[in-house]
Ligand binder design. Structure first.
Ligand SMILES: Nc1nc2c(ncn2[C@@H]2O[C@H](COP(=O)(O)OP(=O)(O)O)[C@@H](O)[C@H]2O)c(=O)[nH]1
Ligand SMILES: [Mg+2]
Length: 238
């Protein structure tokens, strides 16, 4: 069955087998509060999703190393257990807070809202949330982000956009990660791009490798442009 964009647009939370409608309504309410708070503070917020092991934390480490001098950024990291990813990000000098979900397979807006109370957002321009690693549950929960960015690693196979369409439908950008391994794997960037754009004609695509550095400049440039756009006060029309 094809997935349609809801009347709220693609980002509104969508019921899946394990979630009740009330939970999703509560999530959307909190997500709106987060969105308003980020707008008030002119903070660009990203929700980074992917399967486990696609390279999210490594990319955030690399991004922090490159942008720390230009943008004041903080990171929230969701994981089922352990503080490991937040520690890895803190090693780069960036403030990172781990949200341990205690077995829940996705972050919810309420968890992010509570975490926002534990970090100092004064002067922050970019808040990146690394979601729990899987392409299913996180797709259903709006966190109030400006952009959802989904990584798909060359090691996972190029068939994922059609298998997990909701994630790609609700993402603005797909990063084909671990591009350095392309010569060794039966992965077609053309095929994955075609499938992702059939699911979501508006999705942007970039090829990156945190190991070789390929595409990281373009990714950082994309981020800087979005941060700059959020920095400027919004013009309102009457
Ligand atoms: N070859 C290669 N390996 C990578 C790349 N990025 C991350 N990795 C490796 O992939 C594994 C999982 O990375 P991690 O960032 O923890 O993934 P996450 O679970 O999505 O946060 C680690 O062993 C990384 O060193 C990349 O661009 N190329
Ligand atoms: Mg990680």
């Amino acid at each position: 069955m094809a997935i349609e964009k809801s009347s709220k647009g693609a980002r509104g939370s969508v019921q899946c087998e394990n979630t009740s409608l009330n939970l999703l309504k509560a999530n959307d309410f909190m997500a709106e509060n987060i969105r308003k708070e980020m707008k008030r503070r002119n903070i660009l917020m990203l929700n980074i999703t992917s399967s486990a092991g696609s390279g999210k934390t490594t990319l955030l480490q690399e991004t922090a190393r490159r942008l720390a001098n230009q943008v004041k950024m903080k990171v929230l990291v969701g994981d089922l257990e352990t503080e490991r990813d937040a520690s890895r990000i803190r090693e780069t000098g960036i403030d990172a807070l781990q949200i341990v979900t205690g077995g829940i397979c996705h972050l919810e807006a309420q968890m992010v809202w509570q975490a926002m109370d534990q970090i100092d957002l004064e002067g922050v321009e970019l808040l990146i949330v690394e979601n729990v690693g899987n392409l299913v549950c996180p797709a259903s929960f709006d966190l109030g982000e400006d952009y959802r960015v989904t990584l798909i690693a060359t090691t996972e196979g190029d068939d994922k956009p059609k298998k997990y369409p909701r994630m790609f439908l609700t993402s603005e950008l797909m990063l084909v990660s671990k591009a350095d391994l392309l010569p060794y794997l039966p992965f077609s960037v053309e095929a994955v791009t075609k499938d992702a754009q059939e699911v979501n004609p508006d999705i942007g695509v970039m090829q990156i490798s945190s190991t070789s550095g390929e595409g990281i400049e373009a990714w950082c440039q994309w981020l800087l442009e979005k941060v700059e756009a959020k920095r400027k006060p919004q013009l309102t029309t009457v």
